[in-house]
Ligand binder design. Structure first.
Ligand code: FAD
Length: 309
């Protein structure tokens, strides 16, 4: 069995999220990585060094520059014949691309895989993370998105895969890349961060959100996250949102400040190694998943914590 992983990258750098999919794929068989891009040879060089990768396929063409699924999916389908499984990490990139691949192959996708039981049996969350189901699929070709937090990253170095150039499929011109707005931050990226400090509705305003959480995040070298209530109220930008409809994270330390612990929030952070909750309500559901809980007013406790640190 051979797995084709679709690499996520920006034509210069391989996104570390892909390394988690490599680990999951190693449980299935030999691992090949497809780098579809424009002038993306540097990415293929990085992919070939990833431990456990046997072969890198490099497809370069102008239409692959921005990873539009309408362009990349036909390329993946053109290569699919040689593979038992096609996989990508369940990031915006993977979630954007693989459903189109699955539809073109006329198979059903298994999304957000958290465990590989065997070549056809996978565990993944359902009902917004309220339950995990293990399913055995009968599809002849398997299309999988992999939850990064469920698998360790493969080592970025130590491999020495062959790089093979493959022919680009013709441009489809079904969609056009208009622009990309990227958040610039000195903080670690939320899904890669080892420590996250998250704020909820209790912050009360964008100013207080920043005033209270920034010193703590600075002390800890943490990324900042938020509940959906905090995002909806305009206290924090959209890309801070952790949860079912936000980002799924599993840092070593997650500090939830003034967050009640609704199931949709827990779905995005309950796999964190150590969870600290600060909430004035001793019955808040967040304490059910917390390793350490501080009951009290966050506006007193967080500055105290910063001083103590
Ligand atoms: P609240 O539930 O209002 O909790 C605020 C908490 O702060 C309370 O526990 C309160 O005791 C505490 N508090 C108040 N003042 C203080 C103080 N001074 N000091 C200390 N503690 C204080 N939510 C997400 O987070 N992420 C998602 O991805 C997400 N997706 C959703 C998808 C769907 C389809 C739906 C229906 C909902 C989704 N939600 C999501 C929303 C979710 O249901 C909750 O409404 C939300 O998580 C609540 O955010 P919160 O905990 O900040 O606010």
């Amino acid at each position: 069995m051979t797995v084709l992983i679709i690499a996520e990258h920006n034509n210069n750098t391989l996104n570390p999220a892909t390394l988690h999919a490599v680990t999951a794929a190693q449980k299935l068989g030999a691992v090949h990585v497809l780098v579809a891009g424009n002038a993306a040879a540097a990415v293929a060089e990085q992919a070939k060094q990833v431990a456990g990768v046997e072969k890198v396929l490099l497809a370069e063409a102008a239409q692959f520059e921005n990873a539009l699924p309408e362009e990349v999916a036909p390329l993946v389908v053109s290569l699919a014949g040689a593979y038992s499984h096609i996989a990508a990490t369940a990031t915006a990139f993977g979630k954007n691309l693989l459903p189109r691949v699955a539809a073109l192959l006329d198979v059903s996708q298994v999304s957000d895989v958290t465990d590989v039981v065997d070549a056809q049996t996978f565990t993944h969350p359902i009902y917004a993370g309220n339950a995990f189901e293990t399913i055995k699929t009968t599809e002849s070709k398997l299309v999988l998105t992999i939850r990064a937090t469920a698998f360790d990253a493969a080592a970025a170095e130590g491999g020495n895969a062959a790089v093979e150039t493959v022919a680009a499929t013709p441009a489809q011109n079904l969609s056009r890349f208009v622009g990309r707005e990227l958040t610039k931050s000195d903080r670690p990226e939320l899904t890669q961060a080892k420590i996250i400090v998250s704020g909820g509705r209790a912050m009360g305003s964008a100013e207080k959100f920043n005033e209270l959480l920034t010193p703590l995040a600075d002390k800890l070298g943490a990324a900042i996250g938020a509940s959906r209530a905090a995002v909806d109220a305009g206290y924090a930008p959209n890309d801070y949102q952790v949860g079912q409809t936000g980002k799924v994270v599993a840092p070593s330390l997650y500090v939830a400040v003034g967050i009640s612990g609704a199931i949709q929030h827990l779905a995005g952070m309950q796999d964190s190694k150590v969870i600290v909750a600060i909430n004035k309500d001793p019955d808040a559901p967040i304490f059910a998943v917390a390793d350490y809980g501080l009951v009290g007013d966050a506006f007193d406790l967080v500055p105290e914590l910063v001083n103590a640190l």
